[in-house]
Design a protein around this ligand. Structure first.
Ligand code: BTN
Length: 275
């Protein structure tokens, strides 16, 4: 029963066979239940030489899903809980662009398969109608100043029943999350079609990133989708406030502060809904 309502081994095999990718999702490790696809992917990349570039780990449910900043990621049935191992020949300084690449691929997949408009909340949340529908988690291992491998975790509340997530969130956050199904007035998305296209879009964006002029293209595409014009960013107990004036080629946010000075922000959490 669980397999019938989920992806199922055969469906996963079909995605693998039918998607037009060269390396992303050529190997898929599929689980009906798992602690965390991210932790398994990191373990595989560290210990298993068979974790080739593009290997995907996919789970129907996770009971130890991990979000950014050590938060818990609630991962019930109906979502797409995915981690992709990549081994890009790139400097570590460019690695934040890998999560932009994944964010762009998710947005383009949503655009192509649904009528919904997706936006990016820097650094890499995907929002629909101002609510979070997808989070991206990037873990990077470096050797010297190069990337050895990266694991890109993608958590999409595809057909998730939001009521299953809300009890785990502060009341103040209840209006901040959604699922694709929720935004499509209860209509489910076909997750296998979504995943197949996501692999294809991700590979295209990833290939582009490797090209010499690729980073600005990816960065500009993300910039066009940014949700906010003016922001308050929290960095521990420090806050930075101002207008977004650009995105650096390393993925950092360029802010013009209220005193007229400019500052480059490479980490932090946006706290504001001003657009
Ligand atoms: C965030 O905090 O916004 C990032 C959430 C990332 C969740 C995904 S689900 C698949 C992968 N496995 C995990 O344990 N986390 C990531």
């Amino acid at each position: 029963m669980l397999l019938h309502s989920g992806f199922g081994f055969l469906i996963v095999e079909n995605i693998r066979k039918n998607s037009k990718t060269r390396f992303i999702g050529r190997q898929i490790h599929y689980f009906t239940e798992l602690g965390s696809t991210q932790e398994l992917a990191i373990y595989m990349a560290e210990n298993n030489s068979e974790a080739v570039n593009g290997t995907a780990i996919l789970a129907e449910q996770q009971d130890k899903g991990r979000g950014r900043l050590k938060s818990r990621w609630i991962s019930p049935q109906g979502g797409i809980w995915l981690s992709i191992i990549v081994k890009p020949p790139m400097p570590a300084s460019k690695s934040p662009l890998l999560s932009f690449t994944a964010a762009l691929a998710v947005c383009e997949t949503i655009d192509q398969l649904t009528s919904l408009e997706s936006k990016v909340k820097w650094p890499n949340d995907i929002l629909i109608n101002h609510k979070k529908v997808c989070g991206i988690l990037l873990d990077v291992a470096t050797k010297g100043d190069r990337v050895e491998y990266a694991v890109i975790g993608i958590g999409i509340n595809a057909n998730v029943d939001i009521e299953k997530i809300l009890p785990y969130l502060d009341d103040s956050k209840h209006s901040d999350v959604t699922s694709l199904k929720n935004e499509l007035s209860g209509k489910s998305v076909k997750r296998s079609a979504f995943l197949k296209l996501l692999f294809e879009r991700f590979e295209l964006c990833y290939d582009r990133l490797q090209k010499e002029d690729g980073s600005p293209i990816i960065v500009n595409k993300i910039k066009d989708r940014l949700e906010y014009n003016s922001v308050i960013i929290e960095q521990g107990n420090k806050t930075i406030e101002g207008a977004i004036i650009g995105l650096g080629v390393d993925g950092s946010l360029l802010i013009k502060q209220n005193d007229g000075s400019s500052v480059e922000v490479s980490f932090g959490e946006i706290r504001t809904r001003d657009r």
